[in-house]
Design a protein around this ligand. Structure first.
Ligand code: HEM
Length: 117
């Protein structure tokens, strides 16, 4: 994120020193992948959407985030099939974190509540 020009817009949202949030992300991802519950123990329920609401996240921010994650996966995951599987799962998560007007998940919820009695 520090080195990609395409990531400038999301780099600017983060604190100057990325190390502390990097550690938090590591714990979150360990837990997400079925490892020890180190994130929840320290931070409580992830509530990922809620924790990102203070930042404007649309398709451009999602794609910049995915570019960074894709680069990180290239560095550490040797198996191409596993890399692809992880990328797909990350994409779903990153798209769901979006909080712009065009988020299809919110549109679905709106439709749901309109139909509810
Ligand atoms: C879609 C684009 C995304 C953007 C622009 C974004 C941006 C951010 C920002 C600005 C922070 C706060 C960092 C700080 O305090 O300096 C943050 C925190 C965090 N993000 Fe994201 N994020 C995105 C997607 C994701 C996704 C897909 C995940 C999970 C795989 C994720 C996991 C986290 C976690 C675990 C934290 C720390 C939460 C806590 O405080 O406990 N983010 N993100």
């Amino acid at each position: 994120m520090d080195s990609l020009p395409e990531a400038k817009l999301i780099r600017a949202m983060h604190a100057k020193d990325l190390a502390p949030v990097g550690e938090i992300l590591k714990r979150y991802l360990g837990e997400w992948l079925g490892g020890p519950k180190a994130y929840s123990q320290e931070r409580g329920h992830p509530r990922l959407r809620m924790r990102h609401m203070q930042f404007r996240i649309g398709p451009a921010e999602r794609d910049a985030w995915m570019l960074c994650m894709s680069g990180a996966l290239d560095e550490v995951v040797a198996d191409p099939a596993l890399r692809e599987q992880l990328l797909q799962s990350f994409y779903k998560l990153a798209d769901w974190v979006r909080n712009d007007d065009g988020n299809p998940h919110d549109a679905q919820n709106r439709e749901h509540s309109l139909r509810a009695p």
